[in-house]
Design a protein around this ligand. Structure first.
Ligand code: KIV
Ligand code: NA
Length: 278
């Protein structure tokens, strides 16, 4: 059966057992993440706007296109707990718009929590979702949907005032009923302090090892795109260059007529059948 919120909570409460989260952006990445023993949770991040759809930022993806992507991911998932982003434009304008969008996402089925970027300004809306029985994950620190106002993708909480603001936001999100809080690009001491002063688990990205869990973007971790990633990314594989190398080898073998090999990659017809055919 698929892991529930209670399963995940049981696991992180075991001492020194960090939660491992990986994003998924389509059916294949969902299926791979779902079959990885050391991955505890899957996040359908709106980073799929860039990684799966080729948009320049998460602001550009239409809601319907995001929904289709979520459905693709979920067809690949049977076991893990899944959280999904509420994308830009789907929740900001009113409580009812937010609830409508949340209902559409939850109707996909098997999604266990919705993640919303924002602090105190989102607290009332998030409380309503929690009261409706939709577990919410908060997202503080660098909030990619707000990159225009930051002037780029920048570390947040480097000054005492901004660190206090993130801490206060975290307390408010916890009070509103959030099940998790993602802390993105927050100095590691600040992320550790916040984690130690909350009752709910934090999931860090670019925020050091003092958070309850870690999340990385699937395509970053595997080096699937030929782009420079943030310094907080550890690339465990260079999929892009290995894939180009493999495809190139295939192209070369086709040109040399060394692929396909008749006996090995094809099908035979019995001689008598072939004679009759002729
Ligand atoms: O969209 C995403 O992938 C995310 C994670 C990086 C936290 O929000
Ligand atoms: Na996101």
């Amino acid at each position: 059966r698929q892991a529930t919120l209670a399963d995940v909570y049981k696991q992180y409460r075991a001492p020194s057992n960090p939660l491992t989260v990986i994003t998924a952006h389509d059916f294949i990445s969902g299926a791979i993440a779902d079959s990885t023993p050391n991955v505890d949770m899957i996040l359908i991040g709106d980073s799929l706007s860039m990684t799966a759809k080729g948009y320049r930022s998460t602001l550009e993806i239409p809601f319907d296109e995001y929904i289709y992507a979520c459905r693709s991911v979920m067809r690949g998932v049977n076991n893990k707990f899944v959280m999904a982003d509420m994308p830009f434009g789907s929740f900001e304008s009113s409580d009812s718009k937010c609830i409508e969008s949340a209902v559409k996402l939850m109707r996909i089925g098997k999604i266990g929590s919705l993640k919303i970027e924002g602090g105190v300004e989102m607290v009332d809306r998030i409380r309503k979702l929690c009261q409706l029985g939709i577990p919410v994950t908060g997202h503080l620190g660098l909030q990619p949907q707000k990159f225009n106002s930051y002037g780029g993708y920048k570390v947040q909480g480097k000054t005492a005032d901004s660190a206090v603001k993130i801490y206060q936001d975290a307390l408010a999100l916890q009070d509103a009923g959030c099940s998790f809080i993602v802390l993105e690009c927050v100095p590691h001491k600040v992320a550790k302090f916040i984690t130690e002063h909350l009752d709910i688990p934090t999931i860090g990205i670019g925020s050091g090892c003092g958070t309850t869990g870690q999340v990385l973007v699937f395509s970053d971790l595997l080096g699937m795109m030929d782009v420079k990633t943030g310094r907080f990314v550890k690339q465990y594989m260079n999929f892009h260059s290995q894939a180009v190398k493999a495809l190139n080898k295939y192209g070369e073998e086709v040109k040399l007529k060394s692929f396909p090999e008749d006996g090995k990659h094809g099908f035979v017809i019995a001689d008598n059948e072939y004679d009759a055919f002729l």
